[in-house]
Design a protein around this ligand. Sequence first.
Ligand code: CA
Length: 437
Amino acid sequence: MNETHDPQLMSWVQSANAPLADFPIQNLPFGVFSRTGDSASRVGVAIGDQILDVTVCLKAGLLSKSPAARACGESSLNTLMGLDPAELADFRRELSALLKSDGKAARSKSRAKKILIPMRDAIMGLPAEVGDYTDFYASIHHATNVGSMFRPDNPLLPNYKYVPIGYHGRASSIIASGTDVKRPSGQTKSPDATAPSFGPSKMLDYESELGFFVGRGNEIGSTIPIDESESHIFGYCLVNDWSARDIQSWEYQPLGPFLAKNFATTLSPWVVTAEAIEPYRIPLAARAAGDPQPLKYLRSGMGAARGGIAAYLEVFLSTKKMRASGAEPFRLSRASFESMYWSPAQMLTHHASNGCNMKPGDLLASGTVSGDSPESRGCLLELTWRGANPIKLPNREVRRFLEDGDEVIMKGHLEMEGRARIGFGECRGTVVSADQV
Ligand code: CA
């Protein structure tokens, strides 16, 4: 950690100093924005309710002409993601120095007009061109809950405590926050039916996950040793892995999820860097007595001591009726990332352990983040126990799974005693009917 993490640091951008601001000066996440009415997009830094236009700062001589600053002229974070962590650390220091309060309010005001864009005047795109996307299953609570619904006698398969389980997702259907999600159609078969039928999913769900982007990659045939793994992670965002449970339960054996998952995956726009997350590192959750230790290639003293992240993820639902009546979104769950069985570093090292080459901008996601309490379950499948215990909303609507018009809003933040609170922002998506284009 360094001066950029100092909890006392304030910004001359006043909105960044609000107690619950997601983007105080200690955060400095990167995202891809375009001004409303202008299709050209480039990389900016979130500060309060504003976006710092790095390219304008560079032209004005407010930042040095480093590879990192120049990479912000591009329409994705991929080049920035591939840079050496030391270069990124230098860039973060410069950004922090530029945005920190220096007591010269008048100068700040005139400068702000040139280099800041209000978030309300910008459209956020996807942060990266994701070449490949892999989704893991790293919450043992989620895996146990889901397993016990599908296989009551054998909820957790014997490989779970040895292998960070994952599947290859689809990169082409990764969409930016705010994009509508069309209800998918597919093959489903109810238990009492003799044959499957094809039609719109009746069990559409979300999954609240933490995503992480690969920074520097590895050559094909090489690996990422566990003690180096953290330095290959660029940063983190929120992920909604939309899931059609009825399609999933019919298709998933023997090769795993396919069309139940690949119709849409929504990402939050701002990528909170690995460096920004440093103050919220905690020990990886202790394994239960009797659980095996990870195999050697996934074991690390440093990883055990700081493999966990004090991140908290919340999911809210806003139905069409709620919006019409002006009701606030209803919080469905709140979960902590602290109880994950596998760390992001272990997931990445495992992914590359067979010589699979990882590239800057590849997206890995944690899998549904669920804790051990009912209110911490990160998807409707778990919250309603596959529809058996419907959720009663404050306006008396009832949900087993998502209905057309439902908006799912995910939020997340990091906090710890004696540190600043920083946030991920939001990941939003509204379900539209299967007939709607
Ligand atoms: Ca998932």
